[in-house]
Design a protein around this ligand. Structure first.
Ligand SMILES: NC(=O)c1ccc[n+]([C@@H]2O[C@H](COP(=O)([O-])OP(=O)(O)OC[C@H]3O[C@@H](n4cnc5c(N)ncnc54)[C@H](O)[C@@H]3O)[C@@H](O)[C@H]2O)c1
Ligand SMILES: O=C[C@H](O)CS(=O)(=O)O
Length: 531
């Protein structure tokens, strides 16, 4: 049970370097939740380096999406000048971190950080739910997902694929009498100072999915979290400092909507930053790509999706519905790999729709801290408005049918939207053509595999795709032909630190997770030794 007395709330506020929380915040945090003591929650937000920045700064209010009149916390608003200074600090600490530590030293620090995160998992989950809205069980699961990247890259750091690793190449050079001459050695080295910009929907895992490989490789990192969910990042960096990660190796820049472009511009244009890794919308990704071109930065872009979900006539329909529910309604449909466009074979369409509706009707929509909640609010009221406009267009302009939901849930609050399933959708509707990032499942019926493939691939993005079949040759054929970076066959939850996550087309560049993930933070140099 988390209860913050007025005194504790004030203490928490002052330690986090922000103004005393409003009475509403204390009330919000007095919401009953099955977690540990408030002392742990309070200490998580104590962040010495952010305290140093906070004095004299304007503060950003962080709101609870489930109760948007309640301020959950505040962080200092930083801009271009603070970012320039952070880059300078990052550049000056780089040699001691990159060249002055062993891979096993960096690996041990990542493991210690992971352990501290796990020790504080329940309270981190509370903070995450309060600012992102996701159900507590999803927040708790995200903490595990986040530490899996730190554990994975703690191991990668000490492998030959890590910094300082490399390989020897048989010399192509010969002496005058044809004997081999010299040696060639290819060596991996850290890229240098990195700028890491992360989205609101996975406030902790999208940070460790970047910071894990970056620090393992010997890079230094400046993280700019979303202005919608900065508190989890504050807690995360605090635990990194407690784990012993040296000052300025990992820095945090918190922003508001107006200072974010200044911070992004500095990270993109400052020549001391050698790598930019961004996770977020395709529109912002394109902007950052343009801004980074003058300094030819290494880029990783994890951008938008619009995943097709294809159900063939030979599929196990119960298995297909389970996969569809897991993918579609996770985080209220606000993940980059959510199934967004359902293609169902005519022979099984009605059975699938009936079972999908029945399963979605069991979702319990409410505040994420309520233990019975299985689907939380959307992040901002504007997301509800945009989603509803797309649903209304599909129904009223394009002739779709509403099988479930289709409306905001004002009785719960301005950020809640019903789990929604539409049938007879037109492929010309915006609910089909563009990423909705909400709890809506548009369905189109198809007759032949070629038609399903054409519709599935008819998109500017290509992140995840899903399909359900028990035909093995179709499984190989169709997964080969899908234009995307990630395929789920008969399952809706397919992300892991061990897998190379990323997309093609306008879903981005590069991969995160797996051994490919650390390569994003390494440069390869070869040395010919004429010895
Ligand atoms: N491919 C992936 O791995 C992945 C993962 C999560 C989310 N996403 C995508 O992210 C989007 C949802 O997240 P979001 O709403 O946070 O995205 P967003 O693009 O609005 O914001 C992402 C981050 O970029 C920052 N940002 C916004 N404008 C900027 C600018 N001009 N300069 C620098 N930084 C700027 C934001 O403050 C935030 O930190 C969806 O499109 C989703 O598909 C993709
Ligand atoms: O939304 C973006 C995340 O990358 C989704 S996942 O948790 O990695 O599947």
């Amino acid at each position: 049970m988390i209860h913050l007395s007025q005194k504790q709330a004030l203490m928490l506020t002052l330690m986090a370097g922000v103004r005393p929380w409003s009475r509403a915040v204390t009330r919000a945090l007095s919401t009953s939740a099955p977690v540990g003591t408030s002392a742990a929650a309070a200490s998580l937000l104590k962040n010495p380096s952010l305290l140093a920045v906070a004095s004299g700064k304007s503060l950003l209010d962080v709101f609870n999406p489930a109760k948007p009149d309640e301020i959950v916390g505040q962080v200092p608003i930083q801009g271009g000048e603070e970012t320039r200074q952070a880059i300078e600090r990052s550049y000056h600490v780089l040699p001691s971190w990159r060249d002055g530590t062993t891979a096993s030293f960096r690996s041990n620090l990542l493991s210690k950080w992971s352990g501290l995160i796990q020790e504080n998992a329940d309270d981190l989950a509370i903070i995450m739910t309060l600012e992102s809205g996701k159900p507590l069980a999803e927040s708790r699961g995200e903490v595990n997902y986040a530490t899996s990247f730190l554990d994975f890259y703690a191991a990668e750091a000490v492998r030959s694929t890590g910094a300082g690793g490399g390989f020897m190449i048989p010399t192509p050079f010969a002496t005058t009498n044809g004997a081999p001459r010299g040696q060639i050695m290819a060596k991996q080295q850290a890229v240098g100072v990195t700028g890491l910009i992360t989205p609101w929907n996975f406030p902790i895992a999208m940070i460790t999915r970047k910071v894990g490989p970056a620090l393992a490789a010997g890079c230094t990192a400046i993280v700019k979290p979303s202005e919608l969910t900065p508190l989890t990042a504050v807690a995360l960096q605090n635990l990194a400092e407690q784990a012993g990660i040296p000052e300025n190796v990992l820095q945090l820049i918190t922003t508001d909507k107006s200072s974010t472009p200044q911070v992004g511009g500095e990270l993109c244009t400052n020549p001391l930053v050698r790598k930019l890794s961004f996770t977020g919308s395709t529109a912002v990704g394109k902007l950052l790509m343009k801004q980074s071109s003058d300094t030819v930065k290494r880029l990783s872009l994890e951008l938008g999706g619009n995943a097709p979900f294809v159900v063939f006539d030979d599929a196990d329909i119960d298995q297909a519905v389970t996969a569809a529910m897991a993918s579609k309604f996770r985080n209220a449909g606000q993940t980059c790999v959510c199934a967004d466009r359902f293609l169902v074979h005519a022979a099984v369409h009605d059975e699938f729709v009936d079972k999908f509706v029945a399963a979605a009707q069991k979702l319990v929509v409410g505040p994420g801290l309520d233990k019975e909640t299985t689907m939380g609010p959307m992040i901002v009221a504007d997301a509800v408005t945009r989603t509803h406009q797309k649903v209304q267009e599909a129904l009223e302009r394009d002739g779709a049918t509403c099988a479930l939901g289709g409306s905001p849930m004002e009785d719960l609050g301005p950020h809640f939207y019903q789990p929604t399933i539409l049938t007879g959708v037109s492929p010309e509707s915006s609910i089909w053509k563009t990423e909705t990032f909400g709890p809506v499942a548009p369905i189109i019926k198809f007759d032949v595999e070629e038609e399903a493939l054409r519709l599935a691939n008819d998109s500017d993005v290509g992140l995840a795709s899903y399909f359900c079949t028990r035909d093995l040759s179709r499984a190989f054929r169709f997964s080969e032909q899908l234009e995307c970076g990630i395929v789920g066959l008969n399952d809706g939850i397919i992300s892991s630190c061990a897998a190379p996550f990323g997309g093609i087309k306008e879903s981005g560049l590069g991969r995160e997770g797996s051994s490919l993930g650390i390569a994003e933070y390494l440069e390869t140099k070869y040395i010919f030794m004429n010895t």
